[in-house]
Ligand binder design. Structure first.
Ligand SMILES: [Zn+2]
Length: 266
């Protein structure tokens, strides 16, 4: 991990020019996909509901959907049975690569945020969990043990982290966790990262064990180890995709070039 003084100077996306409503809708929907709330192949909610949920007009929503379609996140079909769906997992992995090419130098910052938020959630869960919370966490963990595909692994992971956050009873920290995950989903590519799902599962189990024992510092420590493992897997996935965070600052051009080679406009 980069030391303090080698970290890139990152300016958060706050500026005087406010984000347009359609930009924030894009960000929101992409976060839902990255966080696993919408998985590969999932149908998006009807435009009417989605627009209402985001507080934007149908016209604005359509702009956002067009942007997501042109960057490959969703596929839209016309006609009476048409609508928008999240793309398949292979294309989504390409979206992830593209996203990471542009944001890899923010990885340290994103992981630092995630570690801070989630270790705190784990220790609060250890302090506050009820027996019912424990059962919910164990159900989520048991689901992960069943053999499953890439898309559902995505969802079982978010379910486990959500159940921990619920037990912590800190709605704002829970929101912060979801926001951090919205910037970065884990590429659980089973063919390329064989056996990593067992490692991930074991670290989840260790977090739950500390929460069951009502051991706040143990729970925080196990959560830290889990997120360190995710970081390791992320770095491996990046290397497999030929993305090297230290070199990413300049080569935006190479990201754009490979994007063009896949025929996707920015
Ligand atoms: Zn996890």
């Amino acid at each position: 991990m980069a030391s303090e003084n080698t970290r890139p100077d990152i300016t958060p996306e706050i500026s005087l020019a406010p984000e347009t409503a359609s930009d924030s809708a894009v960000r929101f929907l992409r976060a839902m996909i990255f966080a696993g709330e919408l998985g590969p192949g999932d149908k998006l909610p009807p435009e009417r509901d989605l627009g209402a949920r985001l507080g934007i007009s149908r016209m604005t929503l359509r702009l956002a959907l067009k942007a997501l379609e042109s960057t490959g996140y969703i596929v839209t079909t016309r006609g009476s049975r048409g609508g928008s769906r999240v793309t398949d997992s292979e294309s989504l992995a390409q979206c992830w690569n593209q996203w990471m090419r542009q944001h890899a130098d923010e990885l340290d910052d994103i992981f630092e945020y995630r570690t801070t938020v989630e270790t705190r959630l784990a220790s609060l869960a250890a302090e506050r969990r009820t027996d019912e919370d424990m059962r919910a966490m164990e159900r989520a963990l048991a689901a992960e043990r069943r053999p499953q595909d890439w898309a559902s692994l995505f969802r079982t992971d978010i379910d486990i982290h959500r159940s921990i956050a619920r037990a912590a009873r800190s709605p704002r920290l829970e929101q912060a966790m979801l926001a951090a995950r919205g910037e970065l989903f884990v590429p659980v590519d089973l063919d390329r990262l064989q056996d990593s799902e067992h490692q991930v599962h074991d670290t989840h189990a260790a977090i739950l064990e500390a929460i069951r024992d009502q051991d706040p510092s143990g729970a925080a420590e196990q959560m830290r180890r889990h997120i360190d493992l995710i970081r390791e897997l992320t770095d491996k996935a990046l290397a497999l995709a030929g993305i090297h965070p230290s070199r990413v600052g300049a080569p935006r051009a190479s990201g754009a070039a490979s994007l063009r080679s896949r025929g996707r406009p920015e």
